[in-house]
Design a binder for this molecule. Structure first.
Ligand SMILES: [Zn+2]
Length: 492
């Protein structure tokens, strides 16, 4: 019997901290050897001329996330469900793009606790092929949720609470946000935050609609960078007061990133994430005839090419250290997607979100590594190692090391590809990146030792994805720095 189940032979292995040419020996789904000239395994993947990267970790994806209330605009109230993308189609799309693990979102329906949703969500997620973990969204932080339910989900291995500072009916008041921060601190969770100012966007949206400015492009006008900067500042300040680590989601502009940089400079545990849409799409993309602009509508809004350069600079400085997709797909056709309120609906009533699971790594590699903006090591850290560490998935995930899960993306750094929706292999009927040219492409994906994608063909049995339970981890431990030395939120 062969010593290894699979040997990946002769690739340039990118660890995130240097590149080395070696073979990878895999047994029982894990990496058990990194060496030159390993003996053949039962299966061999020739990787000569290819890069071997850790499988991508997309720590911000909306997959099959049923919502009862509106998810739509900033002041809209149209019921919509983010479930066109099932865990099976999302797995196919992820593998096509070199991603092997995701962290997705368990919803909380306002007026309910969190436990009623989680049983349903666990069943949905278990049908996929991707490895997965959960953020728990908190929209209604009642005493029962915070005191009784959160400890139960932490015991299940959910270690991050997601809050929105905008969106009807998801947004939390400052008082509610403080309560979630305190609860996270007591239970050893990370808090992840959507930072935009609810009241400011609501006020501006109403004024735009009253003035007859209803087309998709006015989505950007309703939420300029200042509303993101203000909420980012407030999210950080309140987290500092409670002494609770946070990650600011989907930073779209330098103004907001500067708030994070300032916090980091003061030693706070504040991390910042951005997404390919804030490096490639612009508000002008929403200015297409008719309903076409809806295809690019997400929040925060895409900005300008000048802003892209500033966001790249914040990546290079390390202020923004994780790049996710914020995959949240709604099809342009049909009646349940972007057009749920009709094709002439005001921007407020068009669902926010764009698909990007498969496009994330190729776009970041091409725009970043191929164009010389970041190094290969930086790419690996932004897309796999850093999210794994921040989410408590390391060292099992996010790195190529003996003992880690054998999650790999074999990458042809020279391959030129024109992005099309068919290549995305998702359930959504479009990609906002249609026609974009990229250099560098995943040619094989390995998940826990199984070759799940080869030359674009995905082969994996539904139901083979594993839940990644996260235990307590030091990376997100509070600093222990308290105003006046008074601990208003003591940890047990
Ligand atoms: Zn999101």
């Amino acid at each position: 019997m062969a010593e290894y189940d699979l040997v990946v032979r002769g690739g340039e292995v990118a660890t995130g901290f240097g590149t080395t040419r070696c073979d990878i020996g895999i047994k029982g789904g894990r990496i058990v050897a990194l060496a030159e000239n390993l003996a053949d395994g039962a299966q061999v993947l020739e990787a000569g001329g290819l890069l071997v990267l850790p499988g991508g970790i997309d720590s911000h994806c909306h997959i099959e996330e049923p919502s009862r209330g509106g998810y739509v605009g900033t002041a809209g109230d149209v019921p919509v469900t983010v479930n066109e993308e099932s865990f099976v189609t999302a797995s196919t799309s992820a593998f096509a793009g070199g991603t092997t693990s995701v962290v997705c979102f368990v919803p909380q329906w306002k007026g309910e606790g969190i436990l009623p949703r989680i049983a349903d969500y666990e069943q949905r997620a278990a049908k996929g092929m991707l490895d997965y973990s959960f953020h728990q969204i908190i929209t209604d932080p009642t005493e029962d949720v915070l005191q009784r339910e959160v400890p139960q989900i932490v015991a299940k291995g959910i270690r991050s609470l997601k809050v929105f500072l905008t969106y009807e009916p998801l947004h939390l008041s400052d008082e509610e946000y403080l309560k979630v921060l305190v609860t996270a601190r007591k239970n050893g969770c990370l808090v992840t935050v959507h930072c935009e100012n609810y009241a400011a966007i609501k006020w501006r949206t109403e004024a735009l609609l009253a003035a007859g400015l209803t087309a998709p492009k006015y989505h950007a006008w309703s939420r300029p960078p200042v509303v993101e900067r203000e909420a980012t500042h407030r999210a950080i300040a309140l987290a500092e007061l409670v002494d609770q680590p946070i990650q600011v989601f989907h930073v779209s502009c330098a103004e907001a990133a500067e708030e994070i940089a300032r916090a980091q400079h003061r030693g706070l545990k504040v991390w910042g994430e951005t997404c390919p849409q804030y490096l490639t799409l612009t508000a002008a993309d929403m200015d297409r005839p008719g309903f076409g602009g809806a295809a690019f509508m997400c929040s925060p809004s895409p900005r300008t090419t000048e802003e892209h350069a500033r966001v790249w600079e914040m990546i290079r400085r390390g202020t923004l250290d994780v790049v996710t997709s914020d995959h949240c797909g709604f099809s342009m056709g049909g009646e349940d997607g972007k057009a749920v309120s009709g094709r002439d609906a005001p921007f407020r009533d068009i669902p926010n979100g764009i698909p990007g699971l498969a496009a994330r790594l190729p776009i970041l590699f091409s725009e970043g590594v191929s164009k010389g903006r970041i190094t290969l090591d930086e790419f690996v850290r932004l897309t796999a190692t850093n999210p794994a560490r921040l989410m408590g998935l390391a060292p099992r995930k996010g790195m190529i090391a003996v003992g880690a899960d054998a999650d790999l993306a074999l990458w042809d750094p020279k391959k030129q590809v024109t992005l099309t929706n068919a290549l995305m292999q998702h359930a959504i009927d479009y990609t906002p990146y249609e026609g974009m040219q990229v250099t560098g492409w995943p040619v094989a994906t390995v998940r826990r030792g199984a070759v799940v994608m080869r030359d674009g063909k995905v082969q994996a049995e539904p139901g083979t994805g594993q839940f990644l339970a996260r235990g307590p981890y030091d990376y997100i431990r509070p600093r222990g720095v308290l105003e006046n030395g008074f601990d208003a939120a003591p940890m047990p």
